[in-house]
Design a protein. Structure first.
Length: 74
């Protein structure tokens, strides 16, 4: 189960941050399928899918200014 619904990268949330949400269309017809926190390297990883293929797309170090929104529908 993926509890992260949205991640925002940047110190100015309202004006300059980049926002990524599960289900968002990105990169030539791909869709964000999951946003996961990886404990081993303390990073947030965004995965995209197109048809049945899932690919790692972006990785953000947890030392960056990051805001996480969780999915509240368990």
């Amino acid at each position: 189960m993926n509890l992260i619904r949205k991640i925002s990268i940047g110190s100015d949330y309202k004006n300059d941050a980049m926002h990524y949400s599960v289900g968002q269309q990105v990169y030539g017809g791909h869709e964000i399928s999951a946003i996961l926190f990886e404990d081993e390297d303390a990073s947030y990883n965004i995965y995209i899918k197109k048809n049945s293929e899932v690919l790692p797309w972006k990785k953000f170090n947890s030392n960056m200014a990051i805001s996480v929104e969780y999915d509240l529908e368990y």
